[in-house]
Design a binder for this molecule. Structure first.
Ligand code: SRM
Ligand code: SF4
Length: 572
């Protein structure tokens, strides 16, 4: 037996992203100089990383790749809780028309994205957003992202406070670099050699920011429209006996991103850590964020999310670490029960007597499409009636605070643009989401936004054939395993593997508090109808009472998946 001591494994190097953040801690890169350079239509690879912190992605139109790359930009807003006033909506709408592809993309985190902006339009678009007292700062990048909050305008004390708290936390966790303002408002390149810039250290994020993105959501039970447990950090509002906010249950360690064929990456639901009173909110948010900052893996971006820290170090460790940082103890979490993640459509009364109108937006894309002129119709209503605009985490839109006597006029105006307020979409379509994928997303492996509507037609035909056409099934699709439309929390999830090929996941629940599981590794487009037809027929035959598809799948199909997995090594 050898007595030689094995060499210690070489320490893993920080990733390239860590190196460039260290080199330019203001995140300024060479962005302003390249922006002003008319001889190029693209930014350098490193600058593309810095741009993300400013809410901007460089993309190219994948439909046109065969004839060469056509560079364009996606810009994502920071809109805490998805709440905008009518003037803000009008700015987004104008900019999409003028500089984007004449559509506004509602995101699964209550924001807007512009697509198809060419470089010459980027500067003016960014300046206009900032001049309008809105911004895109930290909408992407290794920082806290858009903070989610309940979409429905709850006009009681708790609803108001939770929405205000979401905006407060979003502001408290913003990076403080001067670069964003200097580049996009003043058009000035920061002098990177100036010691103030070279040695810049953000008071919260430090010099290298977070190891990876960080996501926060607020929820009020029983509605889980934000899919709270899929967030790095969740705040669940707990009511006091007098109807005010008693405090928050804290959940930590959710996240969905994974990669095909890499079992070290996986979707994970957050753990419940404890309860605290509202005065401690910002301290807790900062405390959780700094645990991620200090313990997230900076050597592997696939392993850098906070969920892996929770999984590997455990809840007890996390709670002790957080309590030590914030300097107080958490109480035990209060009981909470979520029942639904569903958006509300059509007209509803708010607690203050005014009305809100929920409008379904197919795959989150606000556009004028033939007789359905949703973009123009929404704009006309916003201009004339000036409602509050609220973006939902399921990529839909709510017009709020509408006086009851304006209901008929709003309905009539929308009808002029072909936008219905009743029977807006079938029960299945209403409960669906798709990520953008082709042609804008550089990571897409299969179609998503452009494919899901036609797949839902087919699924509806199959269910109608079984006399099950009125059953809601939460269906979500993404073009790759990153999970942007949260497919792993759906009753039926499709995850792109390659052109026309999808992994199929089953068994999420109505409240979005249970992750689903892989049912089929790959199903081709041509096979989907037959595969799902057989599955839906079994659901109809085997369901107990009105058992939902997701619950039936978890009860009846998961044991089969487990049995097959257990048998697999023996067969190999
Ligand atoms: Fe996402 C990357 C779109 C919500 C997990 N996401 C991307 C990029 C920027 C592609 C890229 O990196 O080049 C996509 C831009 C596509 C395009 O053309 O617009 C993109 N993500 C989106 C949006 C627009 C999808 C949508 O259908 O609305 C959502 C924007 C939300 C927002 O307003 O901030 C969006 N992304 C999500 C979510 C859902 C959520 O946050 O609730 C997830 C899963 C939850 C999570 O983070 O774990 C998600 N996106 C990812 C990942 C995988 C991260 C990981 O941990 O592995 C990537 C890839 C990455 O970061 O490297 C990614
Ligand atoms: Fe792109 Fe994948 Fe996200 Fe879809 S899930 S938008 S394909 S990164």
């Amino acid at each position: 037996m050898s007595t030689e001591i094995a060499p210690a494994p070489a320490a893993k190097k920080p990733t390239h992203n860590e190196e460039i953040k260290t080199a330019i801690p203001t995140l300024a890169g060479n962005l302003a100089a390249t922006l002003a350079d008319p001889t190029t239509d693209r930014f350098s690879d490193d600058d593309q990383q810095f741009m993300k912190f400013h809410g901007i992605y460089q993309q190219d139109d994948r439909d046109l790749r065969k004839t060469g790359k056509k560079f364009m930009f996606m810009i994502r807003g920071r809109i805490p809780g998805g709440v905008l006033n009518s003037a803000g909506y009008a700015v987004y709408d104008d900019l999409a028309t003028r500089y984007g592809n004449n559509t506004l993309r509602l995101t699964s985190r209550q924001s807007f994205q512009f697509h198809g902006v060419v470089k010459s339009g980027l500067g003016p678009l960014m300046k206009k957003i900032n001049d309008s007292m809105m911004d895109t700062l930290a909408a992407c990048g290794d920082v806290n992202r858009n903070v989610m909050a309940p979409a429905v305008p709850v006009m009681n004390a708790i609803g108001r406070q939770v929405n205000e708290d979401a905006a407060r936390v979003s502001a408290a966790l913003l990076p403080t670099t001067k670069a964003y303002h200097s580049i996009w408002v003043e058009g000035v390149q920061l002098n990177l050699e100036d010691p103030e810039n070279k040695n810049f250290v953000d008071p919260l994020y430090g010099a290298t920011y977070l190891p990876r993105k960080f996501k926060i959501a607020f929820a009020i039970a029983p509605t889980n429209d934000v899919d709270i447990l899929t967030n790095c950090l969740g705040f669940i509002g707990i009511p006091a006996a007098d109807g005010t906010l008693a405090g928050y249950n804290l959940t930590v360690g959710g996240g969905l991103g994974r990669a095909h064929g890499n079992t070290m990456t996986y979707p994970r639901l957050a753990d419940t850590i404890g309860f605290f009173t509202p005065d401690k909110l910002v301290a807790i948010a900062r405390g959780v964020l700094t645990v991620h900052r200090d313990f997230g893996d900076r050597t592997d971006r696939k392993h850098a999310r906070l969920k892996y820290v929770l999984e590997e170090k455990g809840v007890a460790w996390f709670r002790a670490e957080l309590e030590q940082r914030v300097g107080f103890k958490l109480d035990e979490a209060k009981p909470v029960e979520f029942k639904t993640q569903r958006d509300l459509f059509g007209w509803h009364q708010q607690e203050d007597g005014r009305l809100f109108l929920g409008l379904f937006v197919l795959t989150g894309r606000i556009k004028d499409d033939g007789a359905l002129r949703q973009k123009s119709g929404l704009r006309a209503v916003v201009d004339r009636f000036q409602p509050e605009v609220r973006l939902t985490p399921q990529q839909n839109i709510i017009l709020a605070n509408i006086p009851a006597d304006q209901k008929d006029a709003v309905t009539a105006l929308l009808a002029e643009y072909g936008v219905p307020v009743e029977n807006q979409a079938t029960v299945i379509r209403r409960a669906s989401m798709a990520c953008p994928s082709m042609p804008t997303c550089g990571l897409g492996l299969a179609e998503s936004e452009r494919y899901l509507p036609s797949l839902i037609d087919r699924i509806e035909a199959t269910l109608t054939g079984l006399a099950m056409g009125d059953e809601e099934v939460v269906i979500r699709m993404t073009g790759c395993p990153n999970g942007c439309a949260r497919p792993y929390a759906a009753e039926l999830g499709f995850v792109g593997k390659g052109p026309g090929r999808y992994q199929v996941w089953l068994g999420g629940n109505e409240a979005s508090t249970r992750l689903n599981r892989i049912w089929k590794e790959t199903v081709k487009d041509a096979e989907i109808d037959a595969e799902l037809g057989a599955l839906f027929a079994r659901w109809k035959a085997e369901r107990i009472g009105s058992e939902r598809f997701g619950d039936w799948s978890a009860r009846a199909v998961w044991p089969e998946i487990e049995a097959a997995a257990a048998a697999a090594p023996a067969a190999a």
